[in-house]
Design a protein around this ligand. Structure first.
Ligand SMILES: Nc1ncnc2c1ncn2[C@@H]1O[C@H](COP(=O)(O)OP(=O)(O)OP(=O)(O)O)[C@@H](O)[C@H]1O
Ligand SMILES: [Mg+2]
Length: 220
């Protein structure tokens, strides 16, 4: 049986990131290099994108939804924890390794691995990468990613090119990682009962993803 020593106070260390320069700024979050481990990334919500601010900006009946409805940060954490519980190593081939959450001076932070290219530069996301053209390594990277989606049945939000990074392990090889888009009402724990349902959903997502990638090529 577990034993909790109540004489040891729980540690609530706050990680200070507010004074740091983010390595990436998304539409919703700031991404910082973890000040204690440069291989890890801490993501916090931008001040203008907190659940409270988003609710204030919403008009009409939708405003009555509880604050947690707008809390994508919390939804993503829940999704990461559900994925961990599935205990399937292959799941993590295209999803960043997850190290839990931390309290920061800018609110709740999600901690994951930071991915870098073989030359230690930050990877570009697909929206930035595709306009340079799809070489053989990227073609293979995209194909591997789609096979993995079909095999592991990871149901995510829409597969948006700016939420998928292209990690170049070498000049000849790259790996796609979904850095954002886990966790929303569509996410369902896939058991064998749901396989065909999940497969159909994933095929629809892949088909939309293909169109998005093609349109990035056309617009180059
Ligand atoms: N683990 C990571 N390793 C390397 N780069 C990353 C990582 N996570 C995020 N990035 C980079 O940071 C950018 C923003 O991250 P993310 O998509 O999580 O932010 P967001 O604000 O939630 O996005 P959105 O604009 O879709 O709301 C990504 O497009 C990617 O280029
Ligand atoms: Mg994003």
């Amino acid at each position: 049986m577990g034993f909790i020593d109540s004489s040891v106070p729980e540690q609530h260390t706050i990680v200070n990131v507010g004074q740091l320069t983010p390595f990436a700024i998304g539409g919703t979050r700031l991404c910082f290099i973890h000040p204690e481990d440069s291989n890890k990334c801490i993501k916090v919500l931008r001040e203008d994108r907190t659940p409270q601010t988003r609710r204030q900006l919403t008009k009409g009946i939708k405003k009555l939804r509880p604050v947690k409805h707008w809390d994508d940060q919390q939804k993503e954490l829940t999704a990461y924890r559900q994925l961990l519980a599935r205990d399937t190593p292959a799941l993590w081939h295209h999803i960043p390794e997850f190290f839990g959450s931390v309290e920061t001076d800018l609110g709740l932070g999600i901690v994951t691995r930071i991915y870098r290219n073989f030359d230690s530069k930050f990877p570009r996301n697909l929206e930035e990468e595709v306009p340079y053209g799809i070489d053989d390594s990227l073609k293979k990277g995209i194909a591997d990613f789609k096979s993995w989606l079909r095999r592991e049945l990871v149901v995510t939000r829409d597969l948006l090119p700016h939420n998928i990074i292209v990690v170049r392990d070498s000049l000849q090889h790259c790996r796609l990682m979904i850095v954002d888009g886990l966790g929303n009402s569509e996410w369902i724990p896939v058991s064998t009962w749901f396989r065909s349902f999940a497969s159909r959903k994933i095929e629809r997502k892949i088909s939309k993803f293909n169109h998005r990638v093609e349109s990035l090529l056309v617009n180059q």
